[in-house]
Design a protein around this ligand. Structure first.
Ligand SMILES: Nc1nc2c(ncn2[C@@H]2O[C@H](COP(=O)(O)OP(=O)(O)OP(=O)(O)O)[C@@H](O)[C@H]2O)c(=O)[nH]1
Ligand SMILES: [Mg+2]
Length: 372
C-alpha cells in the first residue's frame, strides 16, 4: 500500500480504555488519532485479530477508529492492541477486556450482622471451650495473613503480630504450631509451618497428629522428624478440646500453577486423613487480587470474575474438594484502614468454618452422645 509521506509518525489523541463487560453485551474499543491517513491493525493477545462476521467490526469515522464486538462471551476476554501506522512510523495502545460472569454466588456485603452473629455464637457442647481451626498449605500461601485478617476484624485494630512473611523466600516463615485466639469469641486458629517439597517444611504426619490433638501449642516442628509417642511433648490421650474441629487448606490463587506434585500429594494425604477422622474441611484461596485486576479494584465483583472461578476450579481439581467448600478471600497486606468489603468476604468464609467445626463438635461430644 502507498502511504502519503506526512513527515511525522501518527499519534493517538485518545487511547483505548479498559472495559468490563457482561456476557451478551455489545461493546466498542475506541481511539482517536491526529490524522486519517494511516493504516490500522487490531491485535488480540498479540495475534492479529481475525474478524469474524457478526462478531467483530472495525469502524473508521474520520480520525476515530473503533472495534465493535457483538454479544460478548468469555472468549472475548483479553488484551487488545491497536497499531496505527504511516510511512514515518507507528504507534500502539492496548486495553484489557474483562468479561464478567453473572454473579454466581452472593455475599452479604454488610459486616455488622455477620460479626454480631459470630460474637453471639455459642458452641453446641459445654465440653468444648473453643472451636479450633488448623491452617495448612504451601509456604507463603497466606496462612498467617488469614489469622491477621480475622483478628483485625474482631479486635477492631490492624493486627500484625502473627508474622507474615514479607517476601517470598521459598522457606516457611512460621516454624511452630502457633495458637491465636480471636478477640472475645471462642475461636482459635492454629498456624503451622508451610508444606514444602521433599523432606523440607512441615511433615504431613505432624499435621495429622495436630488434627488428632497430639501436638501441644508452640511445638516447634522439626524438618523430616514427625512428632511421635516417644516425644515428651506428645499428648497421648487427647480430648475433643485438644483436637482440631475444622481443617482449613490455604492456597494462593497466583501460585496454584507453581505447586509441585509433591506438595499437592502431601495436601491430599492430609485431606484424606481428615476425611477418615470426619473433620470438616474448607479451602481458602488467598491473594485473589494478584490474579484478577477487576477484583483488586472492587472486591464485590469477585463472583463475577472468570479468572477467580477458573482458579477456584483449579483448586477443586487439585485437592478434590467441591466448589462449595472453596472460598476466595483477600487478606490485609498493604492496606492500613479497615475495609468492609474485604472483611465481609472473609467473614462469609469464616462463618462456614465456624458452623462446620460446631457440627463436628456436636457429632463427637460425649455430652451429645449420652443425650442421644
Ligand atoms: N496481594 C496479597 N498478598 C497477600 C495476601 N495474603 C497474603 N499475602 C502476602 O503473601 C505473603 C505470604 O503470606 P503469609 O501469610 O506469610 O504466608 P504463610 O502461608 O503464613 O507463609 P509461611 O508461614 O512462610 O509458610 C506475604 O507477603 C503476605 O503479605 C492477599 O490476599 N493478597
Ligand atoms: Mg506463616
Amino acid at each position: 500500500m502507498n502511504w502519503l509521506k506526512l513527515g511525522s509518525k501518527p499519534v493517538f489523541v485518545t487511547v483505548l480504555a479498559d472495559k468490563q463487560v457482561k456476557i451478551g453485551e455489545n461493546f466498542s474499543l475506541k481511539c482517536q488519532t491526529n490524522t486519517e491517513r494511516i493504516t490500522v491493525t487490531w491485535k488480540k493477545k498479540d495475534q492479529t485479530l481475525c474478524c469474524v462476521e457478526g462478531k467483530h467490526e472495525t469502524v473508521k469515522d474520520g480520525k476515530s477508529f473503533s472495534l465493535k464486538i457483538t454479544n460478548a462471551d468469555p472468549g472475548d476476554e483479553g488484551n487488545y492492541t491497536v497499531t496505527i501506522q504511516n510511512s514515518s512510523g507507528s504507534a500502539s495502545c492496548s486495553a484489557m477486556v474483562t468479561v464478567e460472569l453473572s454473579e454466581w454466588r452472593t455475599v452479604q456485603w454488610k459486616q455488622e450482622p455477620m460479626t454480631k452473629k459470630l460474637k453471639n455464637f455459642g458452641i453446641c457442647s459445654r465440653d468444648v471451650k473453643e472451636l479450633r481451626f488448623l491452617l495448612y498449605g504451601p509456604v507463603g500461601a497466606g496462612k498467617s495473613s488469614i489469622t491477621n485478617t480475622i483478628k483485625t476484624i474482631f479486635e477492631e485494630h490492624q493486627y500484625i503480630n502473627c508474622l507474615a512473611a514479607s517476601a517470598s523466600t521459598g522457606k516457611s516463615f512460621t516454624k511452630k504450631l502457633e495458637k491465636y485466639s480471636v478477640g472475645n469469641v471462642p475461636f482459635t486458629f492454629f498456624d503451622v509451618m508451610g508444606l514444602e517439597k521433599g523432606s523440607e517444611g512441615v511433615h504431613p504426619h505432624d499435621i495429622i497428629s495436630a488434627l488428632k490433638g497430639h501436638v501441644p501449642n508452640n511445638y516447634e516442628f522439626k524438618e523430616n522428624v514427625p512428632i511421635d509417642k516417644d516425644n515428651r511433648s506428645y499428648i497421648v490421650n487427647p480430648t475433643l478440646n485438644d483436637q482440631i474441629h475444622c481443617l482449613v487448606s490455604v492456597i494462593a490463587a497466583d501460585k496454584i500453577i507453581l505447586m509441585t506434585d509433591e506438595v499437592i500429594q502431601k495436601m491430599r494425604t492430609i485431606r484424606a486423613e481428615a476425611s477418615i477422622l470426619g473433620i470438616p474441611q474448607v479451602v481458602l484461596m488467598t491473594r485473589v487480587d494478584e490474579v484478577c485486576p477487576m477484583t483488586k479494584q472492587d472486591v464485590t465483583k469477585i463472583y463475577q470474575s472468570r479468572k477467580i472461578k477458573e482458579k477456584m476450579t483449579m483448586c477443586s481439581n487439585i485437592l478434590g474438594v467441591p466448589m462449595n467448600c472453596i472460598f476466595p478471600v483477600k487478606n490485609y497486606h498493604e492496606e492500613t484502614k479497615p475495609n468492609e468489603q474485604l472483611n465481609c468476604l472473609m467473614l462469609e468464609a469464616f462463618t462456614q468454618i465456624v458452623h462446620s467445626a460446631d457440627d463436628f463438635v456436636k457429632k463427637n461430644s460425649n455430652q451429645q452422645k449420652t443425650v442421644e
